[in-house]
Design a binder for this molecule. Structure first.
Ligand code: WTA
Length: 633
């Protein structure tokens, strides 16, 4: 599995393109299968229909837990750093984690969960979250983790879409000095979720919660009723492992489906090679398990390699902006994997917070979730890696399951702001607007992938046609990423950002249509249009143009506040617009289409050249909008 030199990378890459089945067949030999597969790959992007390791039987938790017990049983699998640094950290060895997962798997069974059921998990970043995820996989239930920052409405939408019958949650969560309710939010969600028969509640913050007889049970009480003996369910390689909802350019978030075999092989392979993990290393991925990064590089990828994965409950700025560095020092972290937005935010606090922490344990730094600007890259390199730790700028998406384009730490020569080269098995192509493939170097275009890798999206839950439409119809025969990309003279890839109506706010994917729908639900709002604009810390900020029934006049600030409350209620606080401009009209073409290009330019503060506005129904609205624009000076 392990690539150690650039020559080995080149050989592996060439092999993976010439003979993908041979290549991925060999990699998959490194795992524990109950029954071998009969055919490595079968695929058709038109439908799409992609199957890896056909006929193979396995359980991913046997690969993440059981097979390490003999030689790594007493080694730490998960180190948990609590929100409050004065509270003790918790270490779960592989034996302990195995024990917990088996017990909770039995709890799930006791509560009626059978193979194929969907289980919604809405929890803080505590070890029990990883336990719940793995316990689902153990019994063959499909987990659908919902990020703790989402609203009751968002939880309900996701539960209903997947028809979950069980929810696992906790009383509350701690983030910095705030205590956040979780069970209360789940209770609100469940008013509209008839499929849910059972809620399992972990005690964490010990806030008072309602417990409905016959529906709600305590985690701790349930765990006392079961043994730690729970043989893993035998799964087909193509059985569903999990659903994870993500935003697109239209409609409600869709449930991206990943399956057992390919996802396991790909996350494990990329974890090992991108980060160049060595036995004993402590890997600290700062993402939340509610996002794909947490699924693949806190839980499955590291554990499949018998690695030590550090989970952090809190936020980078509490008790102060030195918290990450405190954790690195305290736990002697070897690999730090974080997002550009966190780096930019910590940069703003200055170097005093870095000083005084021993960062000499660090060997590899990673970045994920959004383009990393040169300034942040250098700050990270100079002040955290002290110019001796390679930075892996990893590009990938929820739909990809694992990292697709990235340097291999210490092996691929890095270049600030570049994700550099495709990993073995990944065949990127750039295409122009008309779908023609752009050959050669020193070019840019829309990024597609022309051949399947083992953890490619299989479907969008309950709506296969939507999967086809979204990813496989724009450029027939290819998977379309939605990202723009440039390939420089060296053949290095640099991702320039989304080319569709998806925003990337602090590394969180948010669809403009979703935010517009939420704003439009606010009383008195007639219509809205949402665009992104460059934001120093968040990468992109959310700018909303809103038409109201009557001029909000002196009540504009109140109205803004209320709109924010509505958006928080419908989606969650992460989708709150940074700026709301009340307008009388929106620039629309005669066919009624909003010209977002113009709105984007105005939001960016660049009104010098708005391009051709002659096709607008009423060019006058543009002048009005320009005059009232909320741009920073
Ligand atoms: C963006 C997160 C530039 C990109 C793993 C992609 C990046 C979207 C990078 C997916 C990177 C992710 N450089 N852009 N290294 N990594 N992106 O699904 O626009 O939450 O399409 O997956 O984030 O976001 P998602």
């Amino acid at each position: 599995m392990r690539i150690r030199t650039f020559e080995e990378y080149q050989q592996a890459y060439a092999y993976s393109v010439e003979d993908p089945e041979g290549f991925w067949g060999e990699i998959a030999q490194n795992f524990q299968w109950r029954k071998p597969w009969t055919k490595t790959l079968q695929w058709h992007f038109d439908e799409p229909n992609v199957q890896w390791y056909i006929g193979g039987k396995l359980n991913i938790t046997e690969n993440c837990l059981d097979r390490h017990l003999a030689d790594k049983g007493d080694q730490p699998a998960i180190i948990w750093e609590p929100n409050d640094p004065s509270e003790p950290a918790v270490t779960l060895t592989y034996k302990m984690l195995h024990d917990q997962v088996c017990r909770f798997a039995n709890v799930l069974k006791r509560n009626g969960v059978v193979k194929g059921d969907r289980v919604c998990i809405y929890m803080p970043m505590v070890p029990e979250l990883a336990v719940a995820v793995l316990a689902c996989a153990r019994v063959g239930a499909v987990h659908s983790v919902v990020f703790g920052g989402f609203s009751a409405q968002s939880i309900a939408d996701r539960i209903n879409d997947a028809q979950c019958n069980v929810v696992v949650t906790s009383d509350g969560a701690m983030r910095g000095n705030k205590s956040i309710p979780m069970k209360d939010t789940v209770d609100d969600a469940l008013i509209g979720c008839p499929s849910v028969k059972r809620v399992i509640v972990l005690t964490h913050t010990r806030t008072g919660v309602s417990m409905i007889k016959g529906r709600d049970v305590w985690w701790e009480t349930e765990m006392k009723q079961v043994t730690a003996d729970c043989p893993a369910e035998e799964m087909d390689a193509e059985d569903m492992l999990f659903i994870l909802y993500t935003s697109g350019s239209t409609g409600k978030p869709k449930g991206v489906v990943h399956t057992c075999g390919g996802y396991m092989v790909y996350t494990a392979y990329t974890f090992l090679n991108v980060f160049q993990y060595e036995p004993g290393y402590v890997h600290f991925c700062t993402a939340d398990i509610g996002w794909i990064t947490g699924h693949s590089y806190i839980v499955y990828g590291p554990l499949a390699n018998g690695a030590t994965s550090l989970m952090f409950e809190g936020i980078p700025t509490w008790p102060d902006a030195g918290r990450f560095w405190d954790i690195v020092d305290k736990h002697k972290v070897d690999i730090l994997y974080t997002a550009p937005t966190a780096i930019r935010s910590l940069m703003g606090f200055g170097l005093d917070y870095v000083k005084g922490h021993d960062l000499s344990s660090l060997k590899v730094l990673g970045s994920v979730g959004e383009p990393i600007n040169a300034e942040a890259w250098h700050w990270y390199d100079d002040n955290i890696g002290k110019n001796r730790c390679p930075i892996v700028d990893t590009w990938w998406q929820t739909e990809n399951g694992g990292i697709l384009i990235s340097p291999l730490a210490g092996i691929t020569k890095t270049k600030p702001t570049y994700a550099t080269l495709p990993l073995p098995g990944v065949q990127p192509v750039l295409v122009d607007e008309n779908g023609a493939v752009i050959e050669g170097n020193g070019v840019s275009g829309n990024l597609c992938i022309k051949f399947p890798w083992p953890s490619i999206i299989r479907t969008t839950y309950g709506d296969h046609e939507r999967c086809r439409q979204t990813y496989f119809s724009t450029y027939p025969g290819m998977y379309f990423t939605g990202d723009g990309c440039l390939r420089d003279e060296d053949g290095y890839y640099r991702i320039t950002g989304r080319v569709d109506d998806v925003l990337n706010v602090s590394g969180h994917r948010i669809g403009t249509a979703e935010v517009e729908n939420a704003i439009n639900m606010h009383t008195g709002v007639v219509e809205s249009a949402v665009v992104g604009y460059p934001h120093d810390i968040k990468g992109q900020g959310i700018y909303a143009y809103v038409i109201t029934e009557s001029d909000p006049a002196h009540e504009a600030d109140l109205m803004r506040r209320d709109i924010l409350a509505t958006v928080s209620r419908i989606i969650g606080p992460i989708a709150k617009p940074d700026k709301i401009q009340f307008v009388n009209g929106l620039p629309k073409t005669r066919s009624g289409k909003i010209m977002r290009r113009i709105l984007r330019k105005i939001a960016e503060g660049d009104t010098s050249n708005l391009g051709d506005t002659s096709t607008l129904l009423d060019p006058g609205v543009v002048e009005d909008i320009k005059a009232g624009a909320l741009v920073d000076v």
